[in-house]
Write a protein of this length. Structure first.
Length: 94
């Protein structure tokens, strides 16, 4: 447990954001075709990197959306067709 605390202290904000983006994208792909809200994603993402989980998830969704990996209509989040196809080609996240 002490090692976990030390490890979190060494992670940069950018590294924490990337971990959150991976977690969010994984959840969105695993649960596809279901469309999730930010709150639903926040409850599903497993991470103790942030005190404010929902803010971290919102940032992750914004970045993933900007990169074309998820769609967000301000209510529901779903993976883009390209993200789903890439996941299929890699054999799926589940």
């Amino acid at each position: 447990m002490h090692d976990d605390h030390i490890r979190r202290d060494v992670l940069t904000t950018a590294q924490e954001d990337e971990i959150m983006q991976r977690s969010v994208l994984t959840q969105v792909l695993v649960l596809h075709p279901a469309q999730l809200t930010i709150l639903e994603l926040s409850l599903r993402v497993e991470s103790d990197l942030r005190d404010c989980e929902q803010d971290a998830v919102e940032r992750a969704v914004r970045e993933l959306s900007r990169d074309g990996l998820v769609f967000c209509d301000c209510r529901r989040i779903s993976p883009s067709r390209a993200a789903v196809r890439f996941d299929e080609l890699l054999g799926g996240v589940s």
